[in-house]
Design a protein around this ligand. Structure first.
Ligand code: UT7
Length: 336
């Protein structure tokens, strides 16, 4: 298939979360927090932390294999990995993931947009397919935030969890179920300090700053992030619906970045979408950063919350700051 009208179509989905469950009560054993506080303020009931020795690439490869099975294919033209917790600062993790999946010498690279990584990845994937540079590709979003959290920071420890979600996108036409609609993306680098890991990059090294353990941990200014997340996800959602020529009333499911149940509800309220239409997965896995949207999609599909033909609105906000939104009609997919 070539030429105008060529569109990226969702053809398969897979997910992976680690086996190790960490409950709110588990956290309360070492931190000054409680199950009641975490549930009320975030909506998280438990999260999964990767076992020692399991890196981001392991979760990503497991999710990727399931997505290929779901799509019924063995090969892709490109592996694109959205992550903020790569196995190493250098090289990229995507080639390692491809190798672990047995994908031989396939093209593979990482994309860094933190919690917006999956939506950014959709835009890149769509561009590759629409331009004819790829027929079919694997987009994986995976993060192991447990490896960068400060064990003494109750705010971030109570929010984040580990996981990976993956989708196969293939060339198709805009009228097919699963055809990806427009994508809206934005960023504001003036907000880089709101969500950050300061150490490990060129900025500190260029100043000759010696590695400081505290700087090696993930830091988040919860309150301003909360407000920005609601504002940006709402605006991006409205813009993408406008671009797609669809109305709020047509949206069957809102799949927002699983940051906090209060954020999901605030976005739904501001958009005028019934809160019940928001797919909620964070109660069982927490905020899995870049992985949260594909994990919520896989979970919503497995539980029958997403049905073929549903108009699904996706939106994310994350470090950078970055944000984005997209919309698609949910297709029939095989569950591996
Ligand atoms: O994924 C990337 C995007 N991330 C997000 O979108 C996260 C956005 N932010 C949030 O979800 C919320 O801001 C948090 C869940 C991180 C924090 O909730 P909050 O309602 O904004 O709490 P806060 O930061 O305003 O803190 C209120 C109080 C503070 O105590 P004081 O200063 O009032 O005495 C915190 O120290 O709650 C305290 N606190 C906690 N208490 C018990 C913060 N975390 C905890 C905790 N347990 N786990």
């Amino acid at each position: 298939m070539t030429g105008a009208g060529r569109t990226a179509v969702l053809a398969g989905i897979g997910s992976c979360v680690p086996d190790r469950i960490v409950t709110n009560d588990d956290l309360a054993r070492t931190l000054d927090t409680s199950d009641a506080w975490i549930r009320t303020r975030t909506g998280v009931g438990e999260r999964r932390f990767a076992d020692a020795g399991a890196a981001t690439s392991d979760l990503a490869a497991a999710a990727g294999i399931l997505a290929l099975k779901s799509a019924g294919v063995a090969e892709v033209d490109l592996v694109l990995l959205a992550t903020a917790t790569p196995d190493r600062p250098c090289p990229a993790t995507a080639p390692t993931v491809a190798a672990k999946m047995g994908l031989d010498t396939v093209a593979a690279f990482d994309l860094a947009a933190v919690c917006s990584g999956f939506v950014y990845g959709l835009a890149v994937a769509a561009a590759m397919i629409e331009s004819g540079r790829a027929q079919r590709l694997l987009l994986i979003a995976a993060d192991t935030f447990s490896t960068i959290l400060d064990p003494d920071d109750r705010t971030t420890m109570s929010v984040f969890g580990d996981g990976a979600g993956a989708v196969v996108l293939r060339a198709g036409t805009p009228d097919e179920p699963g055809a990806l609609g427009p994508v809206q993306l934005g960023s504001d680098g003036a907000l880089a300090d709101m969500i950050t890991v300061r150490a490990g990059g060129s900025e500190q090294r260029a100043l000759g700053v010696l590695p400081d353990t505290a700087d090696a941990y993930f830091r988040m200014a919860g309150k301003p992030v909360f407000m920005q997340a609601v504002e940006r996800m709402t605006a991006a959602s409205l813009a993408v619906l406008r671009d797609a020529g669809r109305s709020i009333a047509e949206v069957d499911r809102l799949v927002g970045h699983q940051a906090n149940i209060r954020i999901l509800h605030a976005v739904a309220d501001q958009l005028g979408i019934d809160r019940d239409k928001a797919v909620v997965h964070l109660d069982r896995v927490g905020n899995t950063a870049g992985a949260s949207i594909p994990l919520a999609l896989a979970d919503g599909w497995a539980r029958g919350e997403l049905r073929p033909g549903d108009c699904v609105l996706l939106t994310a906000f994350g470090g950078g700051a970055t944000w984005g939104a997209s919309v698609l009609t949910w297709p029939e997919l095989a569950t591996p």
